[in-house]
Design a protein. Structure first.
Length: 315
């Protein structure tokens, strides 16, 4: 496409203008020095400094003709989890993506959900211990983006892919309800807000694989919830710092923080047979959502013998 044709192809405010001379120079450079042999007739060459004037972000996608593609749709009411299991029979490179409905089809004030992807390897330790999962890869969509994406190579074995979905509308309403200690919200408004907490959104899990020797199975909702909870709890215990909260070190607190996936996790473990109650004052700064309600920054927990509980702060 020549630059003189652009006026008929782009409408305000997407009007773009540059010289045909620059267009030709860039095209010839690619042909001569970069072995670019198949120029698209409808392609447009844009200097990068001008590209930055028209776009806030740029997503670069890899394209391969020989990939095997599998897609599944999931509906999440408000915030929640979903996922699937993979039985992989040969070393395979996977490109895993979760897509949301485009803003083009939504109201102007619509915001994308924040999605965290976790890929875990499953191992069955048999009677008494059962199945355990170890984290292989994690990814999150930063800012307000439609796609969450990760790439990894998996050896033969069984894996879980789970998504923790944080709907911004749900998060805001849950915060309003949690802070209404004086019951200033009318019963009618409270009923309406609780209905909004369950408004559904559809998410597409798309898997591109270099081989087709794998089997994909949906996880029941409760199973996905359990895997996500286990993942957060284990992250703090396995990768966090540890503090003893009593003299015999039977009551412990583990703290894990990651800016990469935007979480701060506190896991409390009672290793004794006795029951404990704890009140922990936490100083969490910035905008966040919490998996448990707190009063004046205080977290109250009851821990039966041989138990653990945790709280996740999502940023």
């Amino acid at each position: 496409m020549k630059s003189k044709d652009l006026k008929g192809k782009f409408n305000p405010p997407y009007f773009v203008d540059w010289s045909a001379k620059d267009d030709l120079r860039i095209t010839e450079d690619f042909r001569k020095h970069r072995n670019y042999k198949k120029p698209e007739k409808r392609s447009v060459w844009v200097p990068f400094d001008k590209l930055k004037d028209f776009f806030e972000s740029l997503t670069i996608c890899r394209y391969q003709d020989d990939l095997n593609n599998v897609a599944k749709s999931f509906v999440v009411k408000g915030s929640g989890n979903f996922g699937c299991s993979i039985d992989n029979r040969e070393q395979t490179t996977f490109f895993i993506e979760i897509l949301q409905e485009s803003k083009v089809f939504r109201p102007q004030d619509y915001s994308y959900s924040k999605v965290r992807i976790f890929v875990l390897k499953e191992k069955d330790y048999g009677i008494g211990i059962g199945k355990q999962h170890s984290l292989i890869k994690a990814a999150v969509n930063y800012k307000d983006q439609r796609s969450t994406f990760c790439e990894l190579k998996l050896e033969p074995g069984k894996y879980k892919i789970v998504a923790d979905v944080e709907n911004p509308e749900t998060t805001k309403i849950a915060s309003i309800l949690a802070q209404d200690a004086d019951a200033t919200i009318s019963p009618e408004d409270r009923i309406q807000l609780n209905k909004t907490l369950k408004l559904p959104r559809t998410y597409d899990l798309v898997i591109h694989a270099s081989r087709d020797l794998f089997k994909l199975i949906d996880l029941p909702e409760k199973a996905a919830d359990s895997v996500v909870l286990e993942t957060y709890s284990n992250l703090a215990i396995q990768r966090g710092t540890i503090e003893s909260l009593n003299d015999d070190h039977s009551l412990r607190r583990y703290i894990f923080q990651s800016s990469k996936i935007g979480v701060c996790i506190f896991t409390y473990a009672n290793r004794s047979d006795n029951a404990y109650s704890t009140v922990d004052k936490l100083e969490i700064k910035g905008e966040y959502s919490s998996s448990k309600n707190m009063e004046s920054g205080k977290l109250r927990l009851n821990l039966p013998g041989k138990s653990k509980k945790f709280v996740v702060f999502r940023f």
